[in-house]
Design a protein around this ligand. Structure first.
Ligand SMILES: Cc1cc2nc3c(=O)[nH]c(=O)nc-3n(C[C@H](O)[C@H](O)[C@H](O)COP(=O)(O)OP(=O)(O)OC[C@H]3O[C@@H](n4cnc5c(N)ncnc54)[C@H](O)[C@@H]3O)c2cc1C
Ligand code: FES
Ligand code: FES
Length: 471
C-alpha cells in the first residue's frame, strides 16, 4: 500500500500535502500557496539563482544543507526534508549572513539578494571556509546583473564575525525523524507522482506505468513544465531512493548509483580521476550540482551533456534495469539525436567506471562562460602513453555531432604513433575532416572544428609541460 501524502518541514513546521497539482514547483508553492514571496522568480530555468532556497536533509543524525533552484524543483520531492526559506533564517532575528550583508553593503538591487543570502546561509551552516575559491563555488548559481560581486564577497568574508543568536536544529531533527519514508503515490486530476524508497517497489510500479517520466534533480525535466508548459502525467521520483544513491569502489571499478547528486560524486572522484572531478566544478552551478545526477545526464542524452564524453572515454558501462537487468557499454548506448538503447519500461540503475591509473585523462570544456554554462565543444581524452608512444587512446567529443561521438579516425591514426608535434598536426587535419558539426547559437560549425583541433594541440602542450591550465 502506497502512502498518499508527503510530509516535510517548512522552515520550523511540519506540513503535509496531497491535494496540489503533481507538476507544482517549490517556487510556485511558496509564492502562491504560502505567500512566502521572499523567494523570487527570475528565469524559471535554473539560470539566475533568484529562487534559491535551502534543503536540509538528515545525514547521520545531522542536518546537511544544500542550495537548490526552487523554480525547477518539484514540490512532491520534498518528502522527508526541511525546506528553509529566506523568511525564516534567523528564527526571529537577523541571521549572521543577513547581518553581514547589511554591514558590508552586500544588498544591492534587492531582487537577487534573497537568493544570494540563501547560498551564503548554506555556506555558513555547513561551516565552509570563506576562501575566494569556495565563495566563487557557492555563488556560481547566483547572477548579479549589476556586477557588484565585490560587496557580496566581502559580506561572505565577514559573515563568521557574527554569531547566530539561537538555533532550533534539535527540534528540526526531531521533526525530520518523525517523517515516514514509505513509498508514496499522489494522485491528482489523472496525474500521478510516485516516490520510491526501495528498488523492488520502483521496478514493479514502473513496469505497470509505461510512458512515465523518471525524475531525479529535475534540472532537465522540470523545464518541460516551466518553459514548454507541458503537463507531465506520471512522474517517478527516484532522487530519494537509497538503492540508486551511492558511490563505491569495487574490483578496480567505481560504481555510481544513477540518482547520486553530482555534488556527492565530486569528492569521491577527486583522488581517482581529479580532472573528471574538476570538470564537474563547471557543471551548471552549485544549485544544479546539488540536484543533478548522472542518470539524468544519460537520460537526457544531449549531445552536449558534459559527463557523457568522459564516461565513454573511460570505457564505462551502464546497468539498465527493466524486468531484468542488462549491462551495456556506453559506446553503444547512443543511437541518434537524444535517442538511446533504453526501452520504454527500463531505467539506468548504475554507472560503472573502470579505474586505470596508468592512463592520462583530460576533460576539456569550452563554453562562453566559466560558470553555469553549457558546452559549445567538449573533448575527453583517455590515453596510455609509454616511451612517448600512444599504447591506447580514446578521444570523445561533445557538441560536434548529434550524439557524443568517438573520434574513431583520429584515434586510429594516433594509436602506436609517437606523441609529437608532427603526429598531432596530422591528427588535427583528420579530426576536422571526421566531424561535421552544426552552426547554432552556441558556436559556428567552423569554430567547433577549430576548437577540436586546438584541443588536440593543447593536449600536446600539456604533455610537454607547457602550462595551459586555463579553462
Ligand atoms: C542552469 C542549468 C545548467 C546546466 N548545466 C549543465 C552543464 O554544465 N553540463 C551538463 O551536462 N548539463 C547541464 N545541465 C543539464 C542538467 O543539469 C544535466 O543534464 C543533469 O545531469 C540532469 O540530471 P537530473 O538529475 O536533474 O535529471 P532530470 O531532469 O531529473 O532527468 C533528465 C532526464 O533523464 C531521465 N532520467 C533521469 N534519471 C534516469 C535514469 N536513472 N534512467 C533513465 N532516465 C533517467 C528523465 O526522465 C529525464 O528525461 C544544466 C541544466 C540547467 C538547468
Ligand atoms: S528563477 Fe532563475 S534560477 Fe530559478
Ligand atoms: S544584486 Fe541584483 S543585480 Fe546585482
Amino acid at each position: 500500500m502506497l502512502n498518499s501524502k508527503i510530509e516535510f518541514v517548512l522552515n520550523n513546521k511540519l506540513v503535509s500535502i496531497k491535494d496540489l497539482d503533481t507538476n507544482t514547483t517549490v517556487l510556485n508553492y511558496l509564492r502562491n500557496e504560502k505567500n512566502l514571496t521572499g523567494t523570487k522568480e527570475g528565469c524559471a530555468s535554473g539560470d539566475c539563482g533568484a529562487c534559491t532556497a535551502v534543503i536540509g536533509e538528515l545525514k547521520k543524525n545531522k542536518i546537511e544543507y544544500r542550495s537548490i533552484n526552487t523554480c525547477i524543483t518539484f514540490l512532491y520531492t520534498l518528502n522527508g526534508k526541511q525546506l528553509v526559506t529566506v523568511e525564516n533564517l534567523g528564527n526571529g532575528s537577523l541571521h549572521p549572513v543577513q547581518k553581514a550583508m547589511v554591514e558590508s553593503d552586500g544588498s544591492q538591487c534587492g531582487f537577487c539578494t534573497p537568493g544570494i543570502v540563501m547560498s551564503m546561509f548554506c555556506m555558513y551552516e555547513n561551516k565552509v571556509k570563506p576562501t575566494n575559491e569556495n565563495i566563487d563555488k557557492y555563488l556560481s548559481g547566483n547572477l548579479c546583473r549589476c556586477t557588484g560581486y565585490i560587496p557580496i564577497k566581502n559580506s561572505i568574508k565577514n559573515m563568521y564575525n557574527y554569531k547566530r543568536s539561537n538555533s532550533n536544529q534539535k527540534n528540526i531533527l526531531t521533526l525530520l525523524k518523525k517523517i515516514k519514508r514509505n513509498n508514496i503515490m499522489i494522485e491528482n486530476n489523472e496525474s500521478r507522482f510516485f516516490i520510491h524508497y526501495n528498488l523492488k517497489g520502483l521496478i514493479e510500479d514502473y513496469q505497470k506505468n509505461k510512458n512515465s517520466y523518471l525524475l531525479v534533480g529535475g534540472t532537465d525535466l522540470a523545464l518541460e513544465v516551466t518553459k514548454k508548459r507541458n503537463n507531465l502525467k506520471n512522474i517517478f521520483y527516484i532522487g530519494s531512493n537509497k538503492e540508486l544513491n551511492f558511490i563505491k569502489i569495487k574490483n578496480k571499478k567505481i560504481h555510481i548509483g544513477s540518482a547520486t547528486p553530482i555534488s556527492d560524486i565530486m569528492p569521491k572522484l577527486q583522488k581517482i580521476y581529479p580532472t573528471f572531478s574538476k570538470m564537474f566544478e563547471r557543471y551548471g552551478s552549485e544549485q544544479i550540482r546539488n540536484s543533478a545526477s548522472l542518470g539524468g545526464n544519460l537520460g537526457s542524452a544531449s549531445p552536449i551533456g558534459d559527463s557523457l564524453p568522459v564516461l565513454i572515454a573511460l570505457n564505462s558501462q551502464i546497468v539498465i534495469q527493466g524486468k531484468k537487468q542488462r549491462t551495456v557499454l556506453l559506446d553503444d548506448y547512443f543511437i541518434s539525436y537524444r535517442k538511446t538503447k533504453l526501452k520504454n519500461s527500463e531505467f539506468i540503475k548504475e554507472i560503472i567506471i573502470p579505474i586505470n591509473k596508468e592512463n592520462v585523462l583530460k576533460c576539456y570544456k569550452i563554453s562562453k562562460r566559466i560558470d553555469d554554462d553549457i558546452s559549445s565543444v567538449f573533448m575527453a581524452i583517455n590515453a596510455n602513453v609509454k616511451n612517448n608512444t600512444f599504447k591506447s587512446i580514446k578521444i570523445v567529443c561533445g557538441g560536434m555531432a548529434e550524439i557524443p561521438k568517438i573520434a574513431k579516425l583520429t584515434q586510429k591514426y594516433l594509436l602506436n604513433r609517437k606523441f609529437n608535434e608532427e603526429n598531432i598536426n596530422k591528427a588535427k587535419n583528420i579530426i576536422a575532416q571526421e566531424f561535421n558539426p552544426i552552426d547554432d547559437m552556441r558556436a559556428s560549425k567552423e569554430y567547433r572544428k577549430k576548437i577540436s583541433q586546438n584541443l588536440l594541440e593543447r593536449f600536446l602542450h600539456e604533455q610537454n609541460k607547457i602550462n595551459t591550465d586555463i579553462y
